[in-house]
Design a protein around this ligand. Sequence first.
Ligand code: HEM
Length: 388
Amino acid sequence: PALIIPSRGWLQAASPVDWYAEMRANAPVYFDEERNAYDVFSYEDVQRVLSDYANFSSQRQGEELTSQSIINMDPPKHMKYRQLVAQAFTPKAIDALAPRISEIAKELLDEVADQPEFDIIRDFSYPLPVIVIAEMLGVPNQDREKFKHWSDIVVKGVDFEAGETIEQNLALRHTVTQELGAYFAEVIQSRAIEPKNDLITALLAAEVDGEKLTVPELLGFAFLLLVAGNETTTNLIGNTMQSLLEHPEIWEHLVREPGLLPSAIEEGLRFRSPAQSMNRFTTQEVEIGGVVIPAGAEVIAWIGSANRDDAKFVKAEQFVIDRSPNPHIAFGNGPHFCLGAPLARLEGRIAMQALIERFPQMKLKQDAKLSIGLSPIVSGLKRLPVTI
Ligand code: HEM
């Protein structure tokens, strides 16, 4: 698996947002010698890097099992595979999940309702997407805990705080990748014999121009769903709740006017984007923002910075829950636009609706220590304790 090395600027700034603002003003396209990569910060340039696949390629060595998946392909190959998996991931299929997602959200909140306080991340926004994706894939109930454990390790970074080394982390992830791969392979085999009403069965049946996914391709896609969909959705809920609760008057406004929830979620996506950056590799020498980048260079598109660019957004530094229009690019831009966006938005809406109805008096815990994870890609709090 690839290791992601944060830039020194990102690590040293008091907050990434300050670093982004400084870079947009002084070096909007910046070559970082230490990481041997080009950082891109303005809305316009980030949007271009994400979508101009002729110059900025997505072909990269990914995680062992996801290296052959759509997120690492360029058109025209990307188009064919995306059409295949999209057949099983239609907005209609996603909408049908709403009642079940509500039930899961309710069950999770039932468990904390008689306590004076709980942790929005640990008790709610972390388990929710894992349960949803497990059910979609058709993981039976008795395997749920095992599955949760595996998918947690697949996405988690090195836990330096707990004394874990990079080597230990790589070894653990390698083992878990093998186990989860073997597990999925079994589920795929059993659905091939006995189809059910789940995503694996739909993926086995999907066809474009008479061609189907092979078993390794299907496996790669199932893995991609875990890597791309779980922590991001956890952070969509966590980051948006953090922004709301930091300003109790905004939370109260939303409780009074829950019709604002969809636009509050879009603003949450913009203001604290769950995916802060995505990378590409140049296919040839290319000029962007007045800087000439050589062929074969790594380019980091800072989505988190683009979404705070005041050349694009009025009051970019403010959290405005009824912002309109809100052309954020938290789900990317162009051919790779997040396939899971309808699911993420649905889960976000149902989860937050449940929090509003259940705990309208909720407050950030007074002495809460909000520690943010250190990943420059997937950004969110590890804990968000609240009193209810
Ligand atoms: C792609 C963000 C939730 C599945 C992407 C990309 C972004 C993104 C920025 C573009 C990657 C690129 O350009 O290289 C997010 C955010 C989410 C979220 C912020 C939550 C708030 C999900 C969920 C799923 C999912 C829930 C599925 C269960 C995917 C897939 C791709 C993707 C399969 C690859 C699409 C392609 O390459 O054509 N996501 N995502 N995402 N996302 Fe999401």
